[in-house]
Design a protein around this ligand. Structure first.
Ligand code: MLT
Length: 273
């Protein structure tokens, strides 16, 4: 992996392939390895950048609160450091989708398109935010096992749990390897993230909204109504998958992203907000 320092923190990133850039942003509390199948397949035709966000994987950690806007600014600075000047397609799963929406808000001129996977535009409810802050506190005292126990049952769908148990095991290992300070900081950032629902109509770049039909964290119906608000949007729902669609149904996800990238190739930089 490449290592670059941005905003005082070292970020580790995969940078594979050549061609138009596709940036893959992982979910919480994971790292770039959740995109292994996409990196492998899509780097044959595109330049695939898959960073570990600040606080995760092999990247440096900052304590306190790390907002989605900060993570989006880190991605923009990473592009600078890698000397990527042409517009990118930014694809984020769940927390990565929150970062993608913040990136759209703050760096729209750098976007050719968006892929929003298993994510939400709505913020945490007051209760959800309070519970998240409490869990962050516990994790700082007791370690990542707390988050592994809380999240794993909801991350993958029942079909995947049954037919591919190794996926849940891989996720468990990634979660347990995460630095509690990095995870807690991003969790506090997620708890305070803004509501993007009313802004979705302003997204002018081509967008793909993709969801596992059995997602227990970002439900299909909610993503469908998100997609309906975005003007140039294609919606793909993948049967037999829970929240971790790129890992649970890699072939379908690769096909959907490849078709989207092929369709929008050359459609130019997004303009306006
Ligand atoms: C994720 O997969 O990134 C998380 O489930 C996001 C969240 O907790 O809101």
């Amino acid at each position: 992996m490449k290592k670059v320092t941005v905003h005082g923190v070292t970020l580790a990133t995969e940078d594979r392939g050549a061609g138009s850039p596709l940036v893959l942003v992982h979910g919480f509390p994971l790292d770039h390895t959740m995109w292994e199948a996409q990196i492998e397949s899509l780097s044959g035709r595109w330049r695939v950048i898959a960073p570990d966000l600040r606080g995760f994987g092999q990247s440096g950690v900052t304590e306190g609160t790390v907002t989605m806007a900060q993570l989006a600014d880190d991605v923009a600075a990473l592009l600078e450091a890698l000397e990527i000047r042409e517009p990118i397609v930014l694809c984020g799963l769940s927390m990565g989708g929150y970062v993608a929406l913040a990136f759209w808000k703050r760096h729209v001129g750098r976007l050719r398109g968006l892929v929003l996977c298993d994510t939400r535009a709505a913020p945490d409810s007051a209760e959800a935010a309070a519970a998240r802050r409490q869990t962050a506190d516990r994790v700082l005292r007791e370690g990542m096992q707390v988050w592994a126990d809380a999240m794993l049952p909801r991350l993958v769908g029942p079909e995947t749990r049954e037919s591919q148990p190794q996926i849940a095991e891989r996720l468990r290992a990634t979660i347990l390897a995460c630095d509690p300070r990095g995870a807690a900081a991003a969790a506090l950032g997620m708890a305070g993230r803004p509501d993007f629902t009313a802004e979705l109509g302003g997204i002018r770049c081509p967008t793909l909204v993709l969801v596992g039909a059995g997602d227990a964290i970002s439900p299909r119906e909610e993503m469908l109504s998100m997609a309906a608000r975005i003007p140039a949007c294609r919606f793909v729902s993948i049967e037999g998958s829970g929240h971790m669609t790129p890992m649970e149904r890699p072939a379908e996800v690769n096909d959907a992203i490849a078709a989207f990238l092929t369709e929008i190739r050359g459609s130019g930089t997004a303009t306006g907000s």
